[in-house]
Design a protein around this ligand. Structure first.
Ligand SMILES: Cc1cc2nc3c(=O)[nH]c(=O)nc-3n(C[C@H](O)[C@H](O)[C@H](O)COP(=O)(O)OP(=O)(O)OC[C@H]3O[C@@H](n4cnc5c(N)ncnc54)[C@H](O)[C@@H]3O)c2cc1C
Length: 454
């Protein structure tokens, strides 16, 4: 078998290489960074493990299998499934229950609850409606209260995006499909086996050494099995595919090296994909080129906790716009994952910026730390002295998925079919958060799916 070259060594690229069939030929991962980790960014300061990128990993079957195969299952820290999530309404954090029960919590104003419970009786969307924004979808199905206090925080909590422009079909396909299937989101979700009183089926996890233990273990196992991880290798040009050749591609890196490849797997963001392969993606390239990212600043903090009752509880708090906060969310990893910090210390992570406040991450570190601290103390007045504050920036954090994004993806599918036509096996595969899910669990599943084909 000919060589597979993977562009990018984030979680999806690493999993694709790790899960490759035995005997499928050699594999080379090209990564411009010094380390293979992509968006996973665990930092250690003052003996504390802090996550500047993803904080939580959903324990889907693919993830649980991966952790077991890597021997990381012993390191898993599991979030308390009953840990509440909070949403600010009228200046006060309110606990939100996961799933459809969320409609009944005090985050939704009383007037909104009645309207929300009428969702099964709202007429099904018209046939011609191919997509709509997250806000428009929730407004139509559940009314204003849920649109503002559930959908808004959902859009900012997962995507840091604007619910008025984020595509519901691409960002929350389960909800969109549930309406399509059953004529009602609630009926569709319940028919799939959920029930309002049932706990979530997947665990929410992290690892004792932080999530960086995942890419580190993948790199160790991959390289031991003979895969080549080339760091400091920014791919700047891709030539091919040459019809009929065993190695139809030639990949060039900024430092002048070149690699022949039988198959290419791109895990790049849409902009970089177009820069390298846009000429072969004529239908989708203009739309892919116009996709943008949200910018984020993450302020990692630790506080003393003089009295146990002053410690934060639960997952963290999300702030709908207009509730008097600039932070998008304030996560509390030490209460979500007991054991993450020693007793008497609370870890807090403030997320600032996103689509609705794109200039906020340009404040300097001291300003961001002061803003994060002021808003954290408003939420958690029982916290004591601030022990540390560290600012991390993400100029291109998470891709924005505009209404109609599914048409961009359909055009990309058509382009890829053209590129791969005439070859016995596909020679170009493309994955990425803009295409098949942003969460780490989605990226693990996408890597596994690509592994069968490279
Ligand atoms: C601040 C933040 C918080 C998040 N929180 C969560 C969370 O709590 N839970 C969750 O599940 N998900 C979370 N996510 C999302 C999740 O972390 C990402 O979607 C996921 O890590 C992306 O993995 P990936 O392998 O697809 O892409 P990436 O990690 O982006 O990997 C792509 C790789 O391609 C490389 N590359 C770039 N240019 C080139 C080039 N020219 N040549 C070769 N390689 C190149 C990059 O260096 C990178 O290593 C968060 C993301 C961010 C930024």
């Amino acid at each position: 078998m000919s060589r597979a070259v993977v562009l990018g060594a984030g979680i999806s690229g690493l999993v694709a290489a790790f899960r490759r069939r035995p005997g499928a030929g050699d594999v080379v991962l090209l990564e411009p960074g010094e380390r293979a980790a992509g968006s996973v960014r665990t930092v250690e300061e003052a003996g504390l493990v802090l996550e500047a990128g993803p904080n939580t990993l959903r324990g889907t079957p693919e993830v649980e299998r991966l952790l077991a195969d890597l021997g990381l299952d012993r390191e898993v820290l599991v979030a308390d499934p009953r840990a509440p999530r909070w949403v600010v309404r009228a200046g006060r954090p309110r606990a939100v229950l996961p799933g459809p029960r969320g409609l009944l919590t005090s985050a939704v104003p009383a007037s909104g609850k009645l309207r929300a419970l009428g969702e099964p009786f709202v007429p099904r969307r018209p046939e011609a409606l191919g997509d709509e924004s997250v806000h428009a979808f929730f407004l139509r199905r559940f009314g204003e209260g849920v649109a503002r206090y559930v959908a808004g925080p959902l859009a900012s909590g997962v995507y840091a995006d604007d619910p008025a422009t984020l595509s519901v079909r691409s960002a929350f396909p389960r909800l969109w499909d549930a309406e399509g299937r059953a004529g009602s989101v609630l009926r569709g979700l319940l028919a799939k086996g959920g029930s309002p009183g049932r706990p979530a089926r997947t665990r929410t996890l992290t690892l004792g050494r932080g999530l960086r233990a995942l890419p580190e273990a993948l790199v160790e196992r991959l390289t031991a099995a003979g895969a080549a991880l080339v760091t400091g290798a920014e791919v700047v040009a891709v030539e091919g595919p040459v019809a009929g050749a065993t190695c139809p591609w030639r990949v060039r890196t900024a430092d002048g090296r070149s690699f022949e490849a039988g198959r290419l797997l791109s895990t790049l963001d849409a902009g970089r994909l177009v820069r390298l392969l846009g000429e072969r993606l004529s239908r989708s390239a203009p739309r892919l080129r116009s996709l943008s990212f949200v910018r984020l600043a993450v302020v990692l903090q630790a506080y003393g906790v003089p009295r146990p009752e002053g410690a934060p509880r639960g997952f963290g708090c999300l702030m709908p716009r207009g509730e008097g906060f600039l932070s998008l969310g304030v996560l509390t990893p030490s209460s979500l994952f007991p054991g993450r910090a020693e007793p008497g210390v609370a870890l807090v992570t403030s997320l600032l910026g996103g689509a609705l406040d794109p200039d906020l991450p340009s404040l300097d570190d001291d300003e961001l730390a002061a803003l994060a601290e002021e808003e954290t103390r408003r939420l958690h007045p029982g916290l004591g002295e601030r022990l540390l504050a560290r600012v991390e920036r993400w100029p291109a954090a998470i891709p924005r998925l505009p209404v109609g994004h599914h048409e961009t993806l359909a055009a990309l599918d058509a382009d890829l079919a053209d590129v791969n036509r005439g070859f016995a096996e596909p020679v170009l595969l493309v994955t990425g958060p803009f295409r098949d899910g942003v969460s780490l669990a989605d990226r693990v599943a996408a890597g596994e799916a690509a592994a069968d084909r490279i």
